[in-house]
Write a protein that binds this ligand. Structure first.
Ligand code: ADP
Length: 516
């Protein structure tokens, strides 16, 4: 019917706004590499390129028992990780909610002593023997402490810190509801160590850990083959990446005033936390539709995290919501209205409840993009049911659902292609593909990829895990970059990295031990 034609055309127009062409991808890659270089040279660049003081990635043969704790928001997690040395590990974990009053305590002592007590409880419960033998030795002055009795611990602390060594970092500011004045400007590792020592626990805070670096380390330990992982990337609520860089390229290290003794230079490498969520805040190459602009203007941090606002789970649902609202407000477009309704009286015929989440900022969850983009049911029944149950849209037609799916898929695909820009830039900037051992078979043009040539990438986050064909779209974009092409794309292996904040933090503690 003319109505469904009009709807399909309107949806196609909106979807077209999210096209991110081959040319766009290539321009994006070059600008990304430029901003990476800029960030390595100075502080205060658009992309922070933070040196992590972690100077090696694991290869799967590492062994030992390590601890990790994670303070990131609502919960405090304590775990111990047994690394078996064959790319596998066992993990014991406990989790406790942080009491609200401790998040806004008067002194750091109140919060950090609580954390230390959780570590004590964990040790008593899961490592009673080691805990007890340490206690006994401590009471016997003649024996003294032995290093091998002490757990090395990786501390994942997901707040802004200025790091100055592998286990040194001062809090810049609290976020996510925390507010304890006297912690700001203090070394959070030292604060935790003090409270651990006060309880006499056999634990050394060996490393301060960023979750993206944890993802890279976890993947490098568990990935098949001997080649270390190049990049760890998160596509979840937010997006960020950490990669292995040549130490000599991190020219700003000297300016950061890191003491020479704080850096292990033996590998000639250092993991860099890119903070790529803020890539191109100035919008020189990022796409910028009216939906992107409105989302940004009404966000709590306009002008900041512009890459993240086009890529990550926190924002994609909101971009779709704004696109749908635009169509709903366009009287000429019959989205979510009855086929036989009077076109002059749109308001009385809309099938959207007045209190629908579609009318509220952040009202549409990114998981809906996955549902509709992956909907293969007849007449898009699943999409229509979800619109009904979750979003107050009654009696959506198959044409409505088709329009929604078209736009959602365009937004998801654009996010994947932007993700490819970040991945490609890091692969190219590190020369990771420049190993000339390709073997072309004689009878056809296909290439066999040698295991040594694999460029391994670890990813984590609901978006990359659950959005249909996210990796496929990334790969398609990678092939469109001449410096990578189909041959380079084949060498890039992308795999999920699980438990980054547990095993990843443990591995950083291990690397920190070795550097001591
Ligand atoms: P976090 O990054 O906070 O550790 P996740 O990786 O689970 O946690 O990411 C959560 C984000 O992913 C949220 O923004 C949510 O909207 C989005 N999300 C949750 N489920 C899905 C899904 N099935 N498909 C796409 N995005 C999802």
């Amino acid at each position: 019917s003319p109505r469904s034609m009009a709807l399909a055309q309107a949806a196609e127009r909106v979807a077209a706004e999210f096209e991110y062409t081959k040319q766009d991808v290539n321009r994006g890659v070059h600008e990304f590499i430029r901003q990476m270089d800029e960030g390595l040279g100075k502080t205060g660049a658009t992309m922070s390129q933070i040196p992590t003081y972690v100077t090696a990635v694991p290869n799967g043969t590492e062994k030992g028992l390590y601890m990790a704790v994670d303070l990131g928001g609502t919960n405090f997690r304590v775990c111990s990780i047994q690394l078996h040395g064959n790319s596998t590990f066992s993990l014991t974990q406990s989790k406790v909610a942080i009491p609200k009053q401790l998040m806004v305590a008067k002194t750091s002592h109140e919060l950090f002593s609580f954390l230390a007590k959780q570590i004590e409880l964990f040790l008593k419960t899961h490592h009673g023997e080691q805990y007890q033998s340490h206690k006994e030795k401590r009471s016997n002055v003649l024996t003294g402490d032995k290093e091998e009795d002490v757990f090395s611990l990786g501390f994942t602390f997901s707040f802004p810190v200025q790091q100055s060594g592998i286990n040194k970092g001062t809090l810049i500011r609290w976020t996510k509801g925390f507010d304890i004045h006297d912690t700001v400007g203090k070394d959070v590792c030292a604060l935790l160590q003090q409270e651990i020592d006060a309880l006499g626990l056999p634990v050394r805070v060996a490393a301060l850990v960023n979750d993206t670096v944890g993802t890279l380390m976890a993947r490098s330990y568990t990935s098949p083959g001997k080649t270390g992982t190049l990049l760890g990337a998160i596509f979840g609520t937010g997006t960020n990446g950490a990669y292995v860089e040549k130490l000599e390229k991190v020219t700003k290290l000297k300016k950061l005033g890191a003491a020479a003794g704080d850096i292990d230079t033996s590998t000639g490498e250092m993991i860099i936390n890119t903070e790529w969520g803020s890539f191109d805040n100035q919008l020189s190459v990022l796409p910028d539709t009216s939906y992107d602009r409105d989302l940004d203007r009404e966000s709590v941090n306009p002008g900041i995290q512009m890459f993240e606002k086009r890529v990550s789970g926190m924002f994609l649902g909101e971009i779709l919501r704004r696109s749908l609202v635009k169509l709903l407000n366009d009287k000429a477009v019959p989205l979510f209205s009855d086929e036989d309704s009077n076109q002059n009286d749109v308001h009385s015929t809309t099938n959207v409840a007045p209190d629908s989440p579609l009318y509220k900022q952040w009202g549409l969850d990114t998981s809906f993009l996955s549902i509709t983009s992956g909907d293969h049911s007849s007449g898009l029944k699943v999409t229509r049911q979800t619109l009904d149950k979750e979003y107050g849209v009654t009696a959506a037609s198959a044409e409505d659902a088709e329009a929604v799916r078209l736009i959602a898929s365009a937004i998801g695909k654009r996010a994947a292609r932007l993700s490819a820009v970040a991945i490609a830039a890091i692969v190219l900037a590190t020369n990771a593909l420049k190993k000339p051992t390709e073997i072309a078979t004689t009878n056809n043009a296909t290439l066999e990829v040698n295991e040594d040539d694999i460029v391994d990438i670890g990813v984590d986050g609901s978006l990359v895990e659950f959005y249909p064909r996210f990796e496929e779209y990334i790969r398609e974009a990678l092939r469109e970059i001449p410096e990578i092409g189909p041959q380079g794309e084949k060498k890039i292996r992308i795999g999920i990295a699980k438990d980054g904040s547990g095993v990843g933090a443990a591995l950083i503690a291990l690397v920190a031990d070795k550097a001591m």
